[in-house]
Design a protein around this ligand. Sequence first.
Ligand SMILES: Cc1cc2nc3c(=O)[nH]c(=O)nc-3n(C[C@H](O)[C@H](O)[C@H](O)COP(=O)(O)OP(=O)(O)OC[C@H]3O[C@@H](n4cnc5c(N)ncnc54)[C@H](O)[C@@H]3O)c2cc1C
Length: 416
Amino acid sequence: MKKQHHMTADILILGAGIGGYETFRSLAKRLKKFQDRRITIVDKNNYFTFVPMLHEAATGSIEPTHCAIPLRALVAGTPHTFCKASIEKIDPAKKIVHTSLGTISYNVCVIALGSTTNYFHTPGAKEHSEHVRTLDGAMHLKHTFIDTIETCGDEPVSLNIVGGGYTGIEVAGQYADLAKKDLKKLYPHKKIVIRILQAGDTILPYMPIKVQKKVTKKLTQEGVLIDTQTKVTKVTKQSITLSDGRTLPSDITIWTAGFETEGKTFLKTGTNDHGRVSVTGELLMEGYDHTYALGDIAHIQDPKTNIAYPQLAEAAYHEGQYAAKHIARSLKHKHTGPFRFHSKGQLMPVGDWYGVAQIGPFLLFGKLAWWIRRTVYVLFMPGFLRKIRIVFDWTIHSFGVRDVISVDVANVEKRM
Ligand SMILES: Cc1cc2nc3c(=O)[nH]c(=O)nc-3n(C[C@H](O)[C@H](O)[C@H](O)COP(=O)(O)OP(=O)(O)OC[C@H]3O[C@@H](n4cnc5c(N)ncnc54)[C@H](O)[C@@H]3O)c2cc1C
């Protein structure tokens, strides 16, 4: 058992994902004038993960660890600290956080703990499906897929993607591309059946009808089967059961259908019915002027329309920048107006060389949209060296086949 400690932190950031990482980066820059102020950033992993690229890591077009950045590198050479610990409880009234390593008291805290997968209490879903939410999840999926292809004999491999939102479509696009090009070269006799299962009437319900139709057509042309108005009611190791009574074989089930926030796990009060932390326009927890919440875990609404901002990387990134600005200006006793977010648009790849871009009122389909998405995402990826590695991975992948090395780290063979 690890020894429990009590630590003190000046400015404490909980979670080093897209929102927390950007809060740290932006605040560290602003604090250069405040020599005595220190940031402690805490995460259960010792790396930052760029979640929007994980489906590419799972399908071998990016080396998985290239989607991540070691957090030690973030604090190296700065007066700030990284602490690898799991957050258990947050008490904003006492300004104390309970972690797997002990307690941390703070002056200012930023809660940026993200969200988790929602399996909607579907029997077997958590135990038997894969996901692309975390780096280890993406690496596990990559191993499971390649291992299944290697060992399936002459049987077709059935891959079922639960959820027809952005992630489901991105995952389906990558696998369709992989089946069409890479499997043909590397495993010419293997067949893969890819199916999307969507509970609603259409895929991409939040996108314009034109996008829904074009993406449906594109995926269908690539051989992807799309079942709408179909809920998955049970998942086993080898099958899925659907709301219309069918049971289909499923060598690999990938769950992309929903997510939930764990605000209620961490906080006694201050969360809404969906477990999201309620905050003011300044991203401060209601009733506390020292505890901020942002990113997926926070319920932040537009002060004019009262509509909640989306749980997306773009929003989390800007919320992180805003929190950093608000904290730094508060140290100078300066007022900062409420946070406002204006999305620049939506970008989505559907396999290689085809994308959808929704920029303001304009819709773009095809290679240019795909290229814009790649460029924007690599620019968003923090760290110059990581950007270079990803561009190299993509370039190598464009000229060759995907990396199909399958490492089963869960079952290390101790005896040689
Ligand atoms: C598969 C997938 C694809 C996506 N694609 C896109 C996209 O293309 N475009 C887009 O805009 N958005 C996309 N999103 C949404 C986007 O990734 C999130 O909105 C964004 O990451 C939210 O940022 P965050 O900082 O709130 O949380 P995260 O980036 O998830 O970071 C949360 C951090 O908290 C840490 N953490 C969690 N719990 C604990 C704990 N108990 N103790 C310690 N640390 C903890 C985690 O390790 C993590 O580092 C995608 C999401 C998924 C799952």
